[in-house]
Design a protein around this ligand. Structure first.
Ligand code: ADP
Ligand code: G6P
Length: 472
């Protein structure tokens, strides 16, 4: 087996299998923030990506993507149910997102989590060269740093959490909280999206494990584990270039025409997830239609909601409720050929997403809690002419970096309605400087800046940066 000096470990590989119209199997980039962040970064970098290809049963053998070797880890039907759908997405995901849905705790799920983490650690140990850098990603794999350190003490191990890390009073609910914290502490550097998350982690380590901990350093046995905030980003230049491409500009014009050339287009793009605040947003929109503040002929809402984690009950309930509400709103306020909401559940390629971003006068990103939210950043990057208003939840990690957005509390229905109206009615003299400031911020703080700052911290300013290819 060929080995690499840089190994990224993430539950999901950057590609999903899907069936082409002619019935053949084809691969496409999987929707989701982690893949969107890491895929452009690694495309030109010699590395191995250890992950799951979706589906159950034996691991398919995948072709390399650019310079990245794919090392698949298989999940059985039981692993899929108890690790992926269970511990990862029905225990940790809701717990880490403010418990906006009730987390569930089952001993069988914890056993599967340990088993699958062990399998990932073993696959990584095989794929890593002597002294390699290993970068473990996200909440599915919190035990991997500790397991890997036991197998391969020669490795330099980083861990990055893409989702929020909750305050102690929530995390303390977890029956196996000490083991999870210990697993993460196998890393040399633990990265979070926000400083508050690093603070929460340090407090928990001090309380649960009784280790000396500050918001920057934790003493574990004879090692020091560093922790800190590294807000993830996007390939800003790539999205800007895509949005400026003549075919994308033409597609955006066509879309606007097909939408009936309305005065205002509002866009939302989410995975169908209860953390995204889709129901609250629909309620706000419905009330604005009912009160006449928004009129169907003048304004359209395009809601893209790609299905996610479809067998998990909470996701099924959400989808049913969203679809019922969209149907109700269209039935009540739409006209023939003029729906109030254009509702799309398909995955789109990057060019189609860029065209949608170009068409949107207002982008509504209103999650109840979100580690970062890259959709908000993609929208800003695509607004190359400095037009467009971003309506953004205070509870998205990106709000800390984009204060020029129209910030709202999505739990406050009146505030949400007012924010939407302010964004819709904004004076261009106000919109342009806001958008310019946000775009400039994202050009300075793009995905490569994120990787540079993380990897140089992992190496204490040393030579790890040479692992990254010079162009993204
Ligand atoms: P999350 O990580 O929770 O899914 P983010 O907003 O951080 O949320 O990232 C979502 C990513 O998935 C973005 O890069 C976005 O472009 C992509 N995405 C969302 N919806 C679709 C879709 N319908 N088709 C293709 N990509 C999508
Ligand atoms: C979020 C998580 C990622 C995950 C993505 C898509 O971005 O942080 O780890 O890959 O959602 O979710 P999925 O369950 O389809 O992998």
């Amino acid at each position: 087996m060929r080995q690499s000096s840089l190994v990224v470990v993430a539950n999901r590989l950057p590609i999903d299998d899907s069936v082409a119209p002619d019935g053949a199997c084809e691969w496409r980039r999987s929707p989701g923030g982690l893949v969107s962040a890491l895929h452009p970064l690694l495309r030109h970098t010699p590395a191995t990506w250890v992950g799951w290809a979706g589906g159950t049963g034996p691991a398919p053998s995948l072709p390399d993507i650019g310079s990245v070797r794919m090392r698949t880890v298989p999940l059985s039907g039981e692993d899929f149910r108890d690790h992926y759908e269970g511990f990862a997405n029905s225990t940790l995901w809701p717990l880490y997102h403010d418990a906006v849905e009730q987390p569930e705790y089952h001993r069988r799920w914890w056993e599967a989590y340990q088993r699958v983490n062990q399998r990932f650690a073993e696959a990584t140990a095989e794929a890593a060269e002597q002294g390699a850098v290993v970068w473990v990603q996200d909440y599915h794999l919190q035990l991997v740093p500790g397991l890997l350190r036991e197998l391969r003490p020669d490795l330099r191990i980083g861990f990055f959490l893409h989702v929020p890390f909750p305050p102690p009073e929530l995390f303390m609910q977890l029956p196996r909280r000490a083991e999870l914290l210990r697993g993460m502490l196998g890393a040399d550097l633990i990265g979070f999206q926000r400083a508050q998350a690093a603070h929460n982690f340090a407090q928990l380590v001090a309380k649960v494990l009784e280790l000396p901990a500050t918001d920057r350093r934790i003493g574990v046995d004879d090692r020091v584990v560093r922790i800190g905030a590294f807000p993830v980003s996007i390939d800003t230049a790539e999205m800007a270039a895509l949005a400026a491409r003549p075919d994308v500009v033409a597609r955006a014009q066509r879309l606007r025409h097909d939408l009936g050339d309305p005065g205002h287009v509002i866009l939302s793009v989410d995975r169908m997830d209860y953390t995204k605040g889709i129901e609250q947003r629909l309620k706000a929109y419905s009330e604005l239609l009912a009160s006449g503040h928004v009129k169907v002929r003048d304004t359209v809402l395009v809601q893209v909601a790609v299905p996610s984690r479809e067998r998990v009950t909470q996701y099924q309930i959400l989808r049913d409720r969203v679809e019922r509400e969209v149907g109700r709103i269209n039935g009540e306020f739409g006209r023939v050929g003029e729906p109030a909401i254009h509702y799309l559940t398909q995955p789109f390629d990057r060019a189609e997403l860029a065209a949608l971003y170009r068409v949107a006068d207002v982008m509504a990103v209103t999650p109840l809690r979100d580690g970062m939210n890259l959709v908000a950043k993609e929208y800003v990057a695509a607004r190359v002419d400095d037009t467009g208003s971003l309506l953004l939840s205070e509870f998205a990690g990106s709000a800390a970096e984009l204060p020029q957005a129209y910030l709202v509390n999505p739990h406050d229905l009146e505030g949400l309605k007012q924010g939407l109206l302010s964004a819709l009615e904004a004076d261009p003299a106000d919109v342009t400087p806001r958008m310019r400031a946000m775009r400039e911020h994202l050009h300075r703080n793009d995905i490569r800046a994120w990787a540079r700052s993380y990897l140089s911290a992992l190496d204490d300013g040393g030579s790890l940066l040479t692992h990254l290819a010079p162009t993204g």
